[in-house]
Write a protein of this length. Structure first.
Length: 270
């Protein structure tokens, strides 16, 4: 069952963090890149999975739960889809609404808990997509996937890309900070989160009646705007990392973190 205390604490945290978060995420440079080339809103392997199933998104109904920075939402709308953007944080949705208005895009913004998606009707979406940093805030993945399945049309597709669970036991320089099987909850003053394993995510999908189609385990790409190894603060402050340091960070023999995949993409169908 969704736990209201967890959801409300995380919602308050995202509402207060939203402005600082989006100062970087909605920078002119990044938004310009996405409007010029909507594929920039997606990790490359995930984009290929999306494109192979939806070569033409015009007129398709797409839902993006826990939409956060709205990159995918904007990209789907630019590609002609009819998009519903859901998030628990009204501030994140309001910022998305402002951005959509600036770009002249018609998008529906709906406040909804991803574990319930209660304002959304059954069996209306061709595609449900979730991006990185979604599962970590949710205490009940089976509830999330029952509702993803509920809102998909028969034959509809769910695609996710998130941080690979194999990253979760490690801190900086591969210091082990927790056991893989310790999924949380982890609570601090501001928020409560979880470190779900591959089995927690895949079993929640299967138990909800979603049929597994494909999985990719991917490495960070050098041209990614916000590399996994750079803090958001450094990214916001435009910290310039010397090219030789960037090369070092992407070489697994010099940076063992690169020996494990950073991202996981899963495709399934109702
Ligand atoms: C890290 S973002 C993920 C989206 C996007 N990939 C991004 O990087 O911005 C996390 C988002 O999940 C939202 N969120 C947290 N808990 C939620 C819940 N229970 N239901 C819906 N959204 C939730 C937060 O408000 C935030 O906008």
């Amino acid at each position: 069952m969704p736990d209201n205390r967890i959801t409300e604490k995380n919602q308050a945290n995202w509402d207060s963090y939203s402005a600082a978060y989006l100062r970087f995420k909605h920078s002119e440079k990044i938004i310009h890149e996405i409007t010029q080339d909507p594929s920039r809103a997606f990790e490359k392997g995930t984009w290929q999975q999306l494109r192979s199933r939806f070569p033409d998104l015009r007129g398709k109904r797409v839902c993006v739960p826990s939409s956060g920075d709205q990159y995918a939402v904007i990209a789907f709308a630019l590609l002609g889809a009819e998009v519903t953007s859901c998030d628990i944080s009204q501030n994140q949705l309001d910022a998305g609404q402002r951005l959509a208005r600036e770009l002249g895009l018609e998008i529906s913004f709906v406040q909804a808990d991803t574990m319930e998606l209660s304002p959304l009707p059954n069996a209306v979406f061709d595609l449900v997509y979730t991006s990185n940093g979604v599962h970590v805030w949710l205490n009940d993945l089976p509830a999330m996937y029952r509702n993803v399945q509920r809102i998909l049309k028969p034959g509809g597709v769910y695609i996710m890309c998130d941080i690979h669970p194999f990253q979760r036991p490690f801190g900086e320089k591969l210091t082990v900070v927790k056991d893989y099987d310790n999924v949380g909850p982890f609570e601090d003053e501001y928020c409560i989160n979880f470190a779900w394993r591959v089995q927690d995510i895949l079993n929640a999908m299967a138990d909800a009646g979603l049929r597994f189609e494909h999985m990719e385990e991917m490495h960070d790409q050098k041209d990614y705007d916000y590399p996994f190894w750079l803090s958001l603060e450094d990214a916001v402050n435009g910290v310039v990392v010397p090219p030789e340091e960037v090369d070092r960070m992407y070489d697994w023999q010099q940076n063992p973190e690169m020996a494990l995949p950073q991202w996981m993409c899963v495709v399934c169908r109702k």
